[in-house]
Design a protein around this ligand. Sequence first.
Ligand SMILES: [Zn+2]
Length: 455
Amino acid sequence: MSSLTAFNQEDISEVGRDLYGFAAELYPICRSITGDGIRRTLSMISERTPLQIHEVPSGTKVFDWIVPKEWNIRDAYIVRPDGKRIAEFQKCNLHVLNYSTPIHKRMPLSELRPHLFTIPENPDWIPYRTSYYKEDWGFCLSHNEMLGLKDGEYEVRIDSTLKDGSLTYGECLIPGQSTDEVLISSHACHPSLANDNLSGLTVATELAKFLSGRDLRYSYRFVFIPGTIGAITWLARNGDAAKRVRHGLVLTGLGDSGHFHYKKSRQGDAEIDRAAAHVLAHFAKPSEILAFSPYGYDERQYCSPGFNLALGCLMRSVWGSFPEYHTSADNLEFIHPHQLADSFRLCAAIFNVLENNRTYRNLQPYCEPQLGRRNLYRPTGGESIGDEIHARLWVLNLSDGQHSLLDIAERSGLSFQTIHNAADLLMQSELLSLVPESDEQERTAKTKSSATAPR
Ligand SMILES: [Zn+2]
């Protein structure tokens, strides 16, 4: 299998510049859960990694939900009594309540006020608010701007349409040797918000590009979807593909300067949960592992009990925990090239564990094989041994056909890469054999069923 961890600083800096540049290109687009904004976004992703684009008609039933009408917007603003235009959509697309119905009307401030949204705690920022499932109109503006509004007649204009159309999502499948899949999901429905939305989209796009054309164990499916309704729609239409998902990640919030968080799948002890925790512990200190909870991003749908897929959510700062979340301050200054690049590298390291986490059998299990004779030990007796030799001893000791390389890495405290390198070397010296994948799966299934069997 390819090593997915061989990057030098130059590669990584270039990846960072590219990710940031792409985020900057996507930033001005007014995205929503349907409409031309998400279509344009998907077509821009498609130029970097070919996507299959799907259009699902409004009114389609998807489990307990219905694909909504399609929303598009051209312009929106308020004209104050003194003639000054404020809350101009053309200047910032957050100014309009996302999914606002059209309106063009004069009204007193008292009638307008209930339709205005602000953030009193951060009075210069514009909030991001939506009304997807209740027909309404509104404007988001800075609290300071709202405080300055005087009584009088206001002109309110939202030039939008909300009518039957479709919901759009994109996906690409990068084939590996196995039809078992790793599912990577990112939401693509937020307008000009950089960390919440664009960071996940750009990192996922880069990962798809990076994996494409490699010799892979698993097939990788990337889905770019509107949040919630998009994941529900994808699951409703892809029951067979969902059955092939062995591991997965929801990617979001990967560009800010906060430390990494990994939210575990509902299963809690899935291989992806262990792989992510291992990589974070070794390469992203400080970092935090969060237990599963049924609130958050689209892991809510993938981990609903009917699917219970092994998907966790990788992010830096946790949604809702930082003041910039869902505001105009989640802008291009809030994300940084090197943080995006680090997130990309971390995802690649997690995939690297999944790709190479195999089980071996020691072919010389009676006492230690003589490593010195094979040039696999220290040259001079008495010196202390380093991680590389420790790793060889651990791999030989635990390779009884029952422990995967990740099991060994966890138990030894050494990094997966060190353990994997040791296994490669021991294979070359004919001290190990690889356990066939079918036997490994049988063992995993037995362990799981004995763990869940009634006592
Ligand atoms: Zn969000």
